[in-house]
Design a protein around this ligand. Structure first.
Ligand code: SF4
Ligand code: SF4
Length: 88
């Protein structure tokens, strides 16, 4: 499933540069994740990269976007049609 950023975000900006899909951007109140671009890092890394750098643990699964690994891989292929996924 895609991840989301909750209200605990301190807008430090650390997560933005970690995202291989440029899914993270600064929002009005706090940083946000575009669920159409978040693959949980499937296709690039074995684990989500943004969560490990977040000092406030405010990046969590988005219950409105439950997607299994196949769906996340399909999303990766849609975003990066010319790129071979790193399978883990
Ligand atoms: S889990 Fe990966 S793809 Fe999703 S927002 Fe975080 S860094 Fe980006
Ligand atoms: S790393 Fe965490 S606290 Fe910093 S901007 Fe991203 S979600 Fe917010």
């Amino acid at each position: 499933m895609a991840l989301m950023i909750n209200d605990e975000c301190s807008s430090c900006g650390a997560c933005e540069a970690e995202c291989p899909n440029t899914a993270i951007s600064e929002g009005e109140d706090h940083y946000r994740i575009n669920p159409d671009l978040c693959t949980e890092c499937v296709g690039f890394f074995a684990e989500p990269q943004c969560t490990s750098v977040c000092p406030t643990d405010s990046i969590i699964p988005d219950p409105a976007r439950t997607e299994d690994k196949d769906a996340l891989l399909a999303k990766f292929k849609k975003i990066h049609p010319d790129k071979e996924p790193v399978l883990s």
